[in-house]
Design a protein around this ligand. Sequence first.
Ligand SMILES: [Zn+2]
Length: 168
Amino acid sequence: MRCPFCGHDDTQVKDSRPHEDGAAIRRRRICGSCGQRFTTIERVQLRDLVVIKADARRVPFERDKLARSVKVALRKRPVDAERIERIVTGLVRRLEAMGETDISSRDIGRLVMETLREIDSVAYIRFASVHWDFRETKDFADILATISTAGPGGSSDDFPPSGPKDKD
Ligand SMILES: [Zn+2]
């Protein structure tokens, strides 16, 4: 692999280890020319996917783009980086398993939403509000309806019911 710092063609693998529970391999590399170190992550790719955008443009599917949007949705939520990578890998496997090379960005968005809904409702709403095309307000109402089943909780008035303290 070419060095990303100096462009030299000869880089050496110093260390390889399983990553994401063995779904990937992480390799530490060193450049024989400039001595810079960098990491590559090797993943299985079952199929080259093409994304059909809303404006009908076709662009190659990029795992990193999908990962970024999932990470943004889960920012500061109680889901660690390792789990996010596994979630993204799971999403990619499901997209690859759909059997079609061309996948609409809308279908990808729907799949991500379905997945996030089961993981974290805040992330789900964030993702939906950014990526879903809310042409009809009903769509958004439907989304809210799917997460409002838990109800507002109502534990805020568990204030100690210590009656009126009359101190004469
Ligand atoms: Zn180099």
